[in-house]
Write a protein of this length. Sequence first.
Length: 262
Amino acid sequence: MAREYVRPESPHRAIPTESRNRGLPMIDVRNVHKSYRSGSRWVEALRGISCRIDRGRFAFIVGPSGSGKSSLLYLLGALDRPTSGEILVDGQSLTAMSEAQQNAYRREQIGFIFQAFNLISNLTVLQNVLVPFLPRGVTAAQRSRAVELLTSVGLADRIEHRPYQLSGGEQQRVAIARALVKSPRLILADEPTGELDSRTGDEIYTILRQLQESSGTTLVIVTHDRRFITPEDLVLEIQDGQLAGTAEPETVDYSATALTGR
């Protein structure tokens, strides 16, 4: 079995920013446009999107294929830049960040969950969860955290397995643990159950809700499948690159708002 280098814990800790930004929304999207070239023409993926999502919210972005929902998610994760407008996450302007700053933001502050799992085939389950830390060396605390998360998603007896030895649902559980291992402020998920059957999809959403509730992390999910949405969730509906409407939780929180920006 390949062994990962375990680095001693550093005595220095970063000063947390939660208290400084507590009164701000986790996500603040301001009149964002995104265009890209497709052959000889320009396509407007997003046309003046503005919305806010409070910290600790379980939120969905829904809409038909090609509506722009995944484009918005990628912008929130700094995987792409808007053509115009501004995006703030936890008080930080993503649009003002340099490429190096965006790399650090993705590496240190965001957890991603993708439809295709994106596990590394020659690594064990435990090593896949620890991938965000492997370049710099894994601390004992980080390894312990990874084992704890794998146990919480029901994979305590699979930590030495390879991805090909797991079912699709088990692979997505590994991806969830990997997204949470950094204790991120924000998790972005793009169709996390798109390749799973309905029963396994139910299990994945149960895990996501339990872990999100226990950690307080803000979770934003792009999905076609509305059956996973509950009355307590914030729902942003996108059509033709614009915000078509929002559904607030039944217990209305007016600090979690969505504005059309039109």
